[in-house]
Design a protein around this ligand. Sequence first.
Ligand SMILES: [Zn+2]
Length: 290
Amino acid sequence: MRGGLVFFYLYYVMLKKLLSITLLLLSSLFSNAQSFPDNWTSDYTPFRIAGNLYYVGTYDLACYLITTPKGHILINTGAPGSVPMIRSHVETLGFKFADIKILLTTHAHIDHVGGMAEVKKLTGAKMMINEKDAEVLADGGKSDYVLGSAFQFEPVKADRLLFDGDTLALGGMHVIMLHHPGHTKGASSFLFTVDSYRVLIANMPSILDDTKLSGMPRYPEVGKDYAYTLDAMKNLKFDLWLSSHASQFKLQEKHKAGDGYSPEVFRDQKGYDAALNELQKAYDKKLGEK
Ligand SMILES: [Zn+2]
């Protein structure tokens, strides 16, 4: 009887060990699937950029809130798991999360739309997206031409498809969507005016390592599209420049937590031109690769 108990105990210990190893393996698989550089998703104090435009994103994954008397517009959500942070940022600034009426994104990659489904469920807001990114948004990233199914997110079905130059309106705000394809088929920038500042939220045309500009099976015209976008972006007129990643427009150099209201720090045509110049060089270099 005693021997039986010892055997049972050892068996139990072994089973427990096996279970914990399995759980560990599973959790590491899960976190690998959605891991980003540490500071991408860490917290950043929300602040007023200019007029009724606010920064509500994480440290590097920029999210923007445009407030109006008829409800708000949210551009980008960051990665999956960032929604509670964004929500608390919106509330810290004195706004109601439930008043978000329109959802937009600069492009349908997991680090910008990873929380879109959750925000849509919480707010009932309407998702509007460039028609060329609607499919990849609806299948949670599966049909992405370069990432394939490696970075999947919770799918969202668009409520309205946007075409180049379309304007969406809410509570006196007019936001123009500019189609800047390449990084994704439907990558987009946004132009609008707040408090007399013409603001550009640019989707900078960076190129992923695995992209072949000679053409991808799911995106034969990718090289041509990047060339179009680089040209189109060089001719844009605006006062303040922001983009999908904080690092792209050097947010942390321009604004420190606790700084007062200072829209002018985002007036940076020189920085924008230099960033585009670098991207043009990267494009030209990649064009030579086979
Ligand atoms: Zn991306």
